[in-house]
Design a protein around this ligand. Structure first.
Ligand SMILES: [Zn+2]
Ligand SMILES: [Zn+2]
Length: 70
Protein backbone atom coordinates (compact mmCIF):
# COMPACT_ATOMS: atom_id res chain seq x y z
CA UNK A 1 0.00 0.00 0.00
CA UNK A 2 1.40 3.37 -0.92
CA UNK A 3 0.41 6.95 -1.38
CA UNK A 4 1.26 9.37 -4.11
CA UNK A 5 -0.02 12.66 -5.34
CA UNK A 6 -1.52 13.03 -8.79
CA UNK A 7 0.94 14.83 -11.00
CA UNK A 8 -1.83 16.75 -12.68
CA UNK A 9 -4.24 17.85 -9.97
CA UNK A 10 -2.30 17.13 -6.80
CA UNK A 11 -4.94 14.87 -5.33
CA UNK A 12 -3.67 12.40 -2.78
CA UNK A 13 -4.05 8.87 -4.13
CA UNK A 14 -4.02 5.88 -1.82
CA UNK A 15 -2.95 2.71 -3.53
CA UNK A 16 -4.20 -0.44 -1.88
CA UNK A 17 -3.35 -4.14 -2.23
CA UNK A 18 -3.40 -5.51 -5.75
CA UNK A 19 -2.77 -2.12 -7.27
CA UNK A 20 -6.23 -0.81 -6.53
CA UNK A 21 -6.68 2.87 -5.91
CA UNK A 22 -8.73 3.30 -2.78
CA UNK A 23 -9.01 7.01 -3.41
CA UNK A 24 -8.97 8.57 -6.82
CA UNK A 25 -9.28 11.65 -8.96
CA UNK A 26 -10.34 12.24 -12.53
CA UNK A 27 -6.87 11.21 -13.73
CA UNK A 28 -6.56 8.14 -11.54
CA UNK A 29 -9.99 6.57 -11.21
CA UNK A 30 -10.64 4.18 -8.41
CA UNK A 31 -9.81 0.65 -9.40
CA UNK A 32 -10.84 -2.70 -8.16
CA UNK A 33 -8.11 -5.12 -7.14
CA UNK A 34 -6.35 -7.16 -9.77
CA UNK A 35 -8.33 -10.20 -10.76
CA UNK A 36 -11.73 -8.60 -10.62
CA UNK A 37 -13.53 -6.81 -13.40
CA UNK A 38 -12.39 -3.23 -13.51
CA UNK A 39 -15.59 -1.93 -14.98
CA UNK A 40 -18.63 -3.60 -13.58
CA UNK A 41 -21.92 -2.16 -14.63
CA UNK A 42 -24.68 -1.85 -12.06
CA UNK A 43 -27.65 -3.89 -13.12
CA UNK A 44 -29.96 -1.49 -11.33
CA UNK A 45 -28.88 1.97 -12.43
CA UNK A 46 -26.24 1.32 -15.08
CA UNK A 47 -23.46 3.09 -13.24
CA UNK A 48 -19.91 1.77 -13.59
CA UNK A 49 -18.69 2.93 -10.19
CA UNK A 50 -19.02 -0.38 -8.43
CA UNK A 51 -16.62 -1.26 -5.66
CA UNK A 52 -15.60 -4.73 -4.65
CA UNK A 53 -16.45 -5.72 -1.09
CA UNK A 54 -15.27 -9.25 -0.49
CA UNK A 55 -17.05 -11.38 -3.03
CA UNK A 56 -19.80 -8.92 -3.77
CA UNK A 57 -19.94 -5.57 -5.51
CA UNK A 58 -21.64 -2.48 -4.20
CA UNK A 59 -22.86 0.32 -6.43
CA UNK A 60 -21.74 3.69 -5.14
CA UNK A 61 -24.56 5.38 -6.99
CA UNK A 62 -27.66 3.49 -5.84
CA UNK A 63 -26.39 1.07 -3.20
CA UNK A 64 -27.35 -1.98 -5.23
CA UNK A 65 -25.35 -5.09 -4.35
CA UNK A 66 -24.35 -7.83 -6.75
CA UNK A 67 -22.79 -11.21 -6.19
CA UNK A 68 -22.46 -13.15 -2.97
CA UNK A 69 -23.17 -10.57 -0.33
CA UNK A 70 -24.24 -13.05 2.35
ZN1 LIG B 1 -5.65 14.08 -10.89
ZN1 LIG C 1 -26.47 1.36 -9.18
Amino acid sequence: MSNFNCERCGASILEGPGGAYETGCEHHPKREPTGSAYRSTCQNCGATGLILAGTCRVCLTCGETQGSCG
